[in-house]
Design a protein around this ligand. Structure first.
Ligand SMILES: C[S@@+](CC[C@H](N)C(=O)[O-])C[C@H]1O[C@@H](n2cnc3c(N)ncnc32)[C@H](O)[C@@H]1O
Length: 204
């Protein structure tokens, strides 16, 4: 059962032009950061959450990938990429806060720019923890509230306006990852502390 939340509607509307709007950010930085993540990704059975239009699909060499998203329209775009690139990626519409998978089945999870918009991020992160095998890792590229307090307060002030159009810009995502039971094993600041690459591990 997929809830009909604000984010689902927002991303359904954005799907058609999403790749075009994001092209400048992708060209300037996002693609480079995606490569960084995929150079480090380990495991054969992978779950990608919030797969969106499927921008990561071209990087998968692993044989068993499942991609999920709450937005059917975003998934339709991802489906085109799976077909065009000839990749073995299964796509499922569902909510990361209620994943339709058994416990302890994935080697790794990929999440790129997702937990800024999941309605209840800790609930979603707990679901990743549940479906990962002990010792399994989540690989995140996320933007979040910066460590600098003045910058953080500015993001807090801008957040209600930005949230009206898109994701939250002041989430304390690293704290949320820890609250969900993970241990942070890697943190790399990519653009100040706002954009970060994190690897989190489910302790065995
Ligand atoms: C900013 S886009 C990022 C898409 C993709 N990961 C990328 O790197 O381009 C966020 C994605 O998360 C999805 N999303 C938001 N809330 C979700 C939820 N509760 N469950 C599953 N997907 C969700 C949206 O539909 C959207 O496709």
């Amino acid at each position: 059962m997929v809830k009909s939340g604000v984010d689902k509607k927002r991303y359904d509307r954005a799907a058609a032009l999403y790749d075009i709007f994001e092209f400048p950010m992708e060209a300037m930085a996002f693609s480079r950061w995606r490569q960084l993540l995929f150079e480090r990704l380990e495991g054969n059975r992978i779950l990608e959450v919030g797969i969106g239009t499927g921008k990561n699909i071209r990087y998968y060499r692993e044989r068993r990938v499942i991609g999920i998203d709450i937005s059917l329209k975003m998934l339709e775009k991802a489906k085109e990429k799976v077909k065009n690139l000839g990749k073995n990626v299964e796509l499922i519409q569902c909510d990361v806060e209620a994943l339709p998978f058994k416990n302890d089945i994935f080697d790794a999870v990929v999440s790129t720019y997702v937990f800024c918009s999941v309605e209840n991020p800790v609930r979603g992160l707990r679901e990743l923890h549940r479906v990962l095998k002990p010792g399994g890792r989540v690989y995140f590229l996320e933007h979040m509230r910066c460590e600098n307090e003045i910058g953080g307060v500015i993001l807090d002030m801008l957040n209600p306006m930005v949230r009206f159009f898109g994701p939250e810009i002041n989430r304390r995502t690293v704290d949320n990852i820890k609250k969900a039971g993970f241990r942070i094993v890697k943190e790399k600041w990519l653009l100040t502390s706002i954009f970060r690459f994190n690897v989190a591990e489910k302790m065995s």
